[in-house]
Design a binder for this molecule. Structure first.
Ligand code: RIB
Ligand code: CA
Length: 325
């Protein structure tokens, strides 16, 4: 099993991501970050999720309450005041750890080989860990994050929520030199759980199945739901569940309309043409352009998820929830 640390802001879809990960990955620890809700709430939610799936062996380390460069924006309009509105859960019996999430990330990565970081909230903790110990960029196997979009946002026309909350952190991560997978909203809007999928999981009649359905009842508003965060986990479990393209990505920090945009250079593709939603100059390589050409893009730094094998994804996710007794 791959060893992972999950940095998250539960969050309905974060909860489903954790449940997927717990069936397939060796979760060394969970760190929490202000995002969907305030740190206190998302940390409590993480503890409750672990109690639902009887995995209180997994420890939770609270990280940063919010970005250092801007006021925290929360998504209570999407996730409710508690950050995980809908399911009725008892106050958790287990407690969060005293150690700061960033210290846990740095200490674990520096002492353990082959750790993958999975981030499903704002990248504040990941960037802080990179600032504290830059060598983790080379030590981690990869960073798989849910955030951004190859050509679209959700919180604004240009920016996806996780990146919008802390663009400076995202800038640090995509320019860290680490091996990076980006599950942006261009991809995650393809990774759907339908109402039928939801009812199928409710019918498992297990704590996890009912919990997942109740999360989706709220998160999907009675309709299908986009599994944003589970995508970042699924791509670590199964390399072939998504098709990606090595592209150059950087983060807009200053734009009046575009702050938080993951500016993705779609002019070139390092891999074969990836069947995506719209055509763009695809099979040319960035280094086909002569040195000094104004059309020569920067070297690719991110594996950008472009196409979801939806049947493979649904089978993986529903199969994981079905495993809980
Ligand atoms: O834009 C989707 C992201 O924002 C997901 O991580 C969701 O949990 C919210 O944090
Ligand atoms: Ca999230």
């Amino acid at each position: 099993m791959k060893k992972v640390i999950i940095d998250c802001d539960p969050g309905h879809d974060d909860a489903i991501a954790i449940m997927l990960a717990a069936q397939h990955l060796d979760i060394l620890g969970i760190t929490t970050v202000g995002g969907n809700g305030y740190l206190e709430n998302v940390t409590r939610n993480a503890l409750q999720i672990l109690e639902v799936i009887d995995r209180t062996d997994i420890k939770v380390y609270p990280g940063h309450a919010g970005p250092s460069t801007a006021k925290l924006v929360i998504a209570d309009n999407v996730h409710g005041e508690s950050g995980m509105e809908g399911p009725v859960l008892p106050q958790p019996k287990i407690k969060a750890q005293e150690k700061h999430g960033v210290d846990f990330i740095v200490e674990t990565v520096m002492s353990t080989d082959d750790v993958t970081l999975i981030a499903t909230g704002p990248l504040t903790n990941i960037a802080s860990a990179l600032n504290k110990e830059p060598r983790i960029a080379q030590r981690v196997t990869e960073i798989s994050f849910m955030g951004g979009g190859a050509y679209c946002g959700n919180w604004t026309p240009a920016a996806e929520f996780n990146i919008f909350v802390d663009p400076e952190a995202a800038y640090k991560v995509v320019n860290s030199g680490a091996k990076i997978k980006m599950c942006g909203v261009n991809l995650t809007r393809q990774a759907i759980m339908s109402v039928e999928d939801k009812e199928e999981m409710r019918a498992y009649n297990t704590k996890a199945g009912i919990f997942t359905a109740e999360l989706l009842d709220f998160f999907g508003g009675g309709k299908e739901a986009r599994m944003h965060d589970a995508s970042a986990v699924a791509w670590v479990i199964d390399e072939d569940v998504f098709k990606g393209a090595m592209l150059h990505v950087d983060i807009e920090l200053c734009g009046r309309l575009t702050r938080g945009m993951t500016v993705t250079d779609l002019r070139f593709m390092q891999t074969e043409k990836v069947d995506v939603d719209f055509d763009f100059e695809s099979t040319r390589r960035w280094d086909d352009e002569p040195e000094g050409s104004t059309f020569r893009g920067k070297e690719p730094n991110v594996n950008v998820g472009m196409r979801c094998d939806i049947e493979r994804f649904r089978k993986l996710l529903k199969g994981a929830i079905a495993k809980y007794k």
